[in-house]
Design a protein around this ligand. Structure first.
Ligand SMILES: CC(C)(COP(=O)(O)OP(=O)(O)OC[C@H]1O[C@@H](n2cnc3c(N)ncnc32)[C@H](O)[C@@H]1OP(=O)(O)O)[C@@H](O)C(=O)NCCC(=O)NCCS
Length: 211
């Protein structure tokens, strides 16, 4: 297991290992997994591609003021937004190597519980940002931290990404708690780094390095 301080030691070796040669560009879309997006489960949760029938519960979940306050979902969130997301935006992002947006459901009942997504950060080789939310009535049961855990496992096994990030408004204590629970480390707080619905805000940058 790599210690965080190690990244500043033996840097050339690590650079060579991660990049496999100077010409390799991990921001290149060809480094994104080929084929259809996966389905991930731990027996309790199923993290899977969005389906057209998810639009109905997605639009309900996204009415929640906390989701609109802390995430970049459209506000107000309409039926058309949900349909477009599950049928066009999410599948196209995967196909074009711009990330994976997945539904989090109950593995036994199929109930919609929330969402997770992973998006390579443009211009940064081997770096991707993870985002998430849970349905308001399903919170504080480990849904999102377990779903992020599945997503992280898949990332290390199936992509060549080297670093995962969470960008959290420091006022969002629930999201900061998820970051810690999932083993991310706070790199620092970037002052006025974000803009959300017209308001500038600080961004707590959490990271997790490939083990
Ligand atoms: C943040 C959010 C995704 C957490 O989802 P969740 O499924 O309830 O999280 P979990 O149950 O996995 O909880 C993980 C940890 O966070 C803690 N936590 C969850 N909600 C919390 C809250 N409101 N205040 C403090 N801690 C909280 C849990 O206690 C747990 O910590 P523990 O392991 O020490 O017990 C959910 O509150 C949410 O959807 N919020 C609105 C959208 C959002 O903020 N998205 C993130 C944008 S960066």
């Amino acid at each position: 297991m790599k210690r965080r301080g190690d990244r500043y030691q033996g840097a050339p070796e690590r650079w060579a290992r991660l990049h496999g040669g100077v010409e390799r560009n991990l921001d290149d879309r060809s480094s994104w997994p080929a084929g259809p997006p996966p389905e991930l489960t731990d027996g309790r949760l199923l993290v899977r591609p969005w389906r057209s029938e998810d639009a109905a519960w997605l639009v309900t979940v996204c009415q929640d003021p906390e989701i609109q306050r802390w995430t970049r979902v459209p506000s107000p969130y309409t039926d058309d937004d949900a349909v477009r997301f599950v049928t066009e935006l999410a599948p196209t992002a995967w196909q074009e190597g711009r990330g994976w947006h997945a539904a989090v459901t109950d593995a036994a009942t199929g109930d919609g519980l929330g969402a997770v997504g992973i998006v390579p950060v443009p211009g940064l080789d081997g770096v991707a940002e993870i985002g998430y939310y849970a349905a308001a009535h399903r919170r504080r049961r480990g849904v999102v931290s377990d779903a992020v855990g599945l997503l992280v496992e898949w990332t290390w096994a199936s992509t060549e990404l080297a670093r995962l990030e969470l960008h959290v408004d420091p006022r969002n204590r629930a999201s900061a708690a998820v970051a810690v629970r999932c083993g991310f480390t706070l790199d620092g707080v970037l002052v006025d780094r974000g803009v959300h619905r017209g308001e500038r805000h600080d961004v707590a940058l959490y990271s997790l390095l490939r083990p």
